[in-house]
Design a protein around this ligand. Sequence first.
Ligand SMILES: [Cu+2]
Length: 360
Amino acid sequence: MDGVAGLTQPEVAPNGQFRYQFPLNDAGTYWYHSHAKTWSQVARGLYGPLIVEDESDPAVDHDIVLMIDDWLLANDATIDEASFGSLHDWTHGGRLGNWLTVNGESLPTIEVSKNSRVRLRLINAANARIFGLNIPASAFLVAQDGYPVPIQETRDVILGPAQRADVIIDLAEENITINETYNSDQPHPAVNLKVVDTTQTLVAKSSLDQPNLEARPTLIDVTIPLHMQGGAMGNLREANYKGKLRPIRELAQDHKKAWAFNGRIAEHHDHLANVNLGQSVSIEVWNDTRWPHAMHLHGHHFWIQKDDGSFLDGKRDTYLFQRGEKANLVFIADNPGFWLFHCHMLEHHAAGMGAVIQVS
Ligand SMILES: [Cu+2]
């Protein structure tokens, strides 16, 4: 599972079939999507939520997936075809849409019971856009990227591409509107929760139990330095690509490559590192570019150590680096296989931001 076409399995051919069978080891909010020509296929909607429930999940009255996307539409409201593969998008902030949907609808209204407790599973399915969501209710963050976090009250959630957040909210007697707030000074309504009378017995709104969190490793066995450069307004002058040092202009114009790891632009099967099963690993990332990047590791969740040495709460599988940011992504290599580490701003990945970590 969590494979990549051309790396762990062949692409599923047109009219072909492939059956994915896997044990559900980790409860939480996940999603599935095409990993072949991802920047095109995900932009066209080839994805869906994958929710794994657990007996120990807190009791709620409603469990609602909110899958948020921005579509780049042409004037006739069809998908803008002409802009696919735009070199500008690949070297700047990726393919940014102009039409927001939640679960494929524009400003949907979802009915929920008055005074109910609701679990919202927020998923950012956009190619490249960062979303900020404001939830005007009593709201508690309980998980990020499917992994539990120390429960904390929060009304604002920022999600980079591929990131997820689970929020439990206690509604009162009023309807609420969840607004997108990251991309404009004006709140943009994303989804309405309409409260309705109910005869159903509602769950008790007891305080939520703090999760038992896995201890971080005290020693690091392997460090992987990762200097990320490139993109528009960046400092990358040349990079190694297909065994040859090439100037950035040639890389962009002839090969549509614009981003490098440690001065090298990897092919999708090139290895960044090989580590042994069970080792503790720290990917020491320096985002030395002028753009944020949503760095995603397949097959593992990682702890995030900020530049000052402190750790963020919980574990994630995708971390949104701000421009210039340094942070260490620390994980136990407990899952053997070929695991892609890449920017989930899909145009950035296509233009070079990805490489493989092998665990064996
Ligand atoms: Cu990126």
